[in-house]
Design a protein around this ligand. Sequence first.
Ligand code: PGA
Length: 247
Amino acid sequence: MRKNIAAGNWKMNTLPTEGKDLILALNTQEIPDDTTVIIGVPFTHLYLCNDVASHQVNIAAQNCYFEEKGAYTGEISIAMLKDINIQYVIIGHSERREIFGESDELLKSKVTALSQAKMKTIFCCGEPLEVRKAENQNNFVKAQLEASLFHLSAEEIKDVVIAYEPIWAIGTGETASPAQAEDMHAFIRSLLTEKYGDLAQEISILYGGSVKPANAKELFAQPNIDGGLVGGASLKTDSFAEIIKSF
Ligand code: PGA
C-alpha cells in the first residue's frame, strides 16, 4: 500500500525560533498512523526542528548539493544532512529550477547522489502556464522525469516520492481541479508502470499548488493522489493539521 503523505514546504519563511515553535505545535496534533508527515524547513532550522520533532514528524531539507565535499561555497552536502539525522530532501522545486537555474542535468546528479546515500527524495515536477495552455503538460512532465529521475533502478526508485506541482497553481490561490490533478497523476503512474512495472503502485505521488483545508479532501480522494506538498498552508498549524486529517 502507498503511504498517505502530508508534506509541508516552508520555503524561505519563519525564523529558526518560530520554526521550532511551529514544530512543537505540530507535535501536539493528532496524526493518523497511516499518514506520514514531512516538513521541509530552511537549512538554519534543520537541527533545531529535528531536535524537537516527535517521531511522527519528519524534517526535510529543501535542497542539497551532489558533491561529497570541497570548494562549493554556500552549498550543503548530503553527508552534512545525514549527520544531523535528516532523511528527506526536496529536489527540483520549480523555484529552484526557475529562480536559481537548476537544470535537469544538475537534478539528475542530485537524485543519483541522494539515492547512493540512501536518502529519501521528494522529486518535484510540473509545467508552467504556457505549457498547460498549449495542452502540452504531459510531454513536459514526462521529459522532466526522464531527464532526472528515470535513470534510477527499481530498487532505487522505492525511496522516491514524486510531487506534481503545476507552476501556475503555486502560491497563486489557483488550484488544479481534482480532475486535472488526477489526470496528470494517472499519467505519471502509467509512466512509472512502463518503466518499473508493479512497483509503480507503491510510489507515492503528491499534488502541490495552493493545497488548503478547503480543497485537500477532494484532491486526496483521487485514486492516484497520495497526498500533498503544501506551501502557504503549512505555515499555520491549524490549517496544516486539518490537511493532515483530509485523507
Ligand atoms: P503553495 O506552494 O501551497 O503555497 O502553492 C506549494 C509549493 O510550492 O510546494
